[in-house]
Design a protein around this ligand. Structure first.
Ligand code: SAH
Length: 219
């Protein structure tokens, strides 16, 4: 049996030193979730390199620093309701689940059926099925039946913030999304107040593109 706990702890220490990991609950979540269980078997030994790794098709499990940055950006709190668009391996969802505790809920949507099955199996095997619900569909439409959400994390790049996601974000909620710009992508954080959405640019990033379903509507 390979022991990944030292590699995991070293990676978390590096992310703290880099200023990416800051909050106690997010640090503890990254220390707990076994990334080696979410990568495909041939990449197990690379699980604690701070890089994205291939899943199926063009999908990747995001680099740990990106998972940490997305999670920190939405300030997860005990009992929060989070929507994730782009489940992939399920790793980001598991980190969010650890950060919000047993009373919280993560709803995560994936458009590729093989990845719905892959992520749901990973989450179930590792004991996250109680907190995380995996849905099959076009995440740009959100999940109206579960809205509003305290936080929305989009893990694929879009040309703008899908209108449904803006509407399904609670007042006081935060949404992070990679947006395509000329020559690349930038990660934006949106905060919703009574007056509308305010946005802040966080970093240059590189995500796979958000696929569009037939009924999606964008701003
Ligand atoms: N969060 C993932 C990384 C996902 S990569 C992890 O932790 O492993 C981006 C994912 O978004 C891919 O799995 C891709 O299939 C999915 N995706 C792309 N467009 C989508 C859409 N419109 N709705 C839901 N998922 C989508």
């Amino acid at each position: 049996m390979l022991d990944f706990s030292n590699a995991r702890r070293r990676l978390v220490e590096d992310l703290i030193a880099e200023g990416i990991l800051r909050s106690k609950n997010v640090i503890e979540a990254m220390l707990k979730v076994p990334r080696e269980e979410f990568v495909t078997p041939e990449y197990k030994l690379s699980a604690y390199n701070d890089t994205p790794l291939p899943l199926l098709g063009d999908a990747t499990i995001s680099a740990p620093h990106m998972v940490a940055m997305l999670c920190e950006a939405v300030r997860p709190r005990e009992g929060m309701k989070i929507l994730e668009v782009g489940t992939g391996s399920g790793y980001q969802a598991a980190v969010c689940a650890e950060a919000i505790g047993r009373r919280g809920r993560v709803y995560t949507i994936e458009i590729e059926m093989p990845l719905v099955i892959y992520s749901a199996q990973n989450l179930e095997r590792l004991g996250y099925a109680e907190v995380v619900e995996v849905y099959y569909g076009d995440g740009s439409l959100g999940l109206p039946e579960r809205a509003p959400f305290d936080a929305i994390i989009v893990t694929a790049a879009a040309s703008g913030v899908p209108e449904a996601l803006q509407n399904q974000l609670a007042v006081g909620g935060r949404l992070v999304i990679p947006i395509e710009e000329r020559g690349g992508q930038a990660l934006y954080l949106y905060a919703k107040s009574e007056r509308g959405l305010a946005r802040e640019r966080l970093a240059y990033v590189s995500f796979v593109r958000l696929k569009r379903g037939r009924k999606s509507s964008w701003l």
